[in-house]
Design a protein around this ligand. Structure first.
Ligand SMILES: Cc1cc2nc3c(=O)[nH]c(=O)nc-3n(C[C@H](O)[C@H](O)[C@H](O)COP(=O)(O)O)c2cc1C
Length: 272
């Protein structure tokens, strides 16, 4: 079986599959659009990134990709784009949450969240972002302690904010992971040049996708910095061999809600 097969009884010969293919693998067959049908250019088939655009764009479900047929690709629900006002509220209403209810998270809910987030764009559709989910508050605290131990080795005069964080820790607060009940860490192969950007995008999507679940997140920047700088913190994270932390978020149910949108700087734009 070839890379794509076309059900000729359904194909409207609109050519959308060829236009949507990002790597130009689909040609429109001799005689198109009167007699020919879409076909692949065999010599460059290997370049297919399995993005599924050819299947997803076909209005008649006529195109089968050998790794993805139309039946496994859910139809989009009407109104899926939402309105600018709805999306604006979601993006503007999201806040970094640093106060969590001490409530354990249901792994099923986190599974649902990550199942949405796996659709975030990845470089060349590589889908190489992996996740480590820590649902044990004590384990999260253990990581905060590892970061604090690393901070103690730094020069407090040179690293902004460290003195205050160490002081807060001594006073029983957790300025690193904010006593979050859970932590989600994105990781990937240390030698994958696109992994970092893909993970950042996935995490930014996760930040927003968590909101309809009633969850709040906060980026774990200090943990990330420590994981890349300290052998002890990286070891405490226990990621698979050859992987490094690409980013992470604390996650949990917010202890309180925000009722207003704080202001932000205007977008700095140069119109060319
Ligand atoms: C890359 C990155 C790392 C961050 N790291 C931390 C962190 O370690 N601890 C923390 O409390 N907030 C962290 N934040 C949250 C920022 O402080 C927060 O986004 C900013 O103050 C704006 O607030 P808002 O997210 O509520 O709009 C981080 C944000 C980003 C984008």
């Amino acid at each position: 079986m070839g890379l794509i097969t076309v059900d000729e009884s359904k194909c409207a010969r609109c050519g959308l599959c060829a236009r949507a293919c990002p790597v130009g693998i689909i040609a429109l067959g001799e005689g198109f659009p009167t007699t020919g049908f879409p076909t692949t250019i065999e010599k460059i088939e290997k370049g297919c990134i399995t993005c599924g655009h050819c299947v997803a764009t076909c209005p008649n479900g006529a195109l089968n990709h050998c790794r993805m047929n139309p039946e496994v690709c859910q139809p989009l629900a009407p109104g899926w784009r939402l309105t600018p006002a709805q999306v604006g509220q979601l993006i503007k209403g999201r806040r970094s949450i640093r106060n969590y209810r001490p409530e354990p998270l249901d792994p099923e809910v986190i599974g649902q969240l990550l199942d949405i987030v796996r659709y975030a764009p990845t470089g060349m559709n590589s889908q190489t972002v992996s996740w480590k989910v820590i649902l044990d508050e004590q384990e999260v605290q253990f990581l905060s302690l590892a970061v604090i131990e690393w901070m103690r080795t730094l020069d407090g005069d040179q690293v902004h904010g460290i003195r205050g964080m160490l002081k807060a820790w001594e006073m029983g607060r957790d300025p690193v992971l904010r006593k979050a009940p859970a932590l989600i860490v994105a990781h990937g192969a240390a030698d994958d040049p696109m992994a970092s950007a893909s993970a950042m995008i996935a995490l930014a999507n996760l930040d927003l996708a968590a909101l309809p679940f009633g969850l709040g997140t906060c980026w774990a920047g200090f943990l990330h910095q420590a994981a890349l700088s300290s052998y002890e913190v990286a070891t405490a994270l226990a990621l698979p061999s050859g992987h490094r932390m690409l980013g992470g978020v604390m996650i949990g149910y917010p202890e309180f809600e925000y009722t207003r949108i704080p202001t932000r700087n205007p977008a700095q734009v140069t119109w060319g």
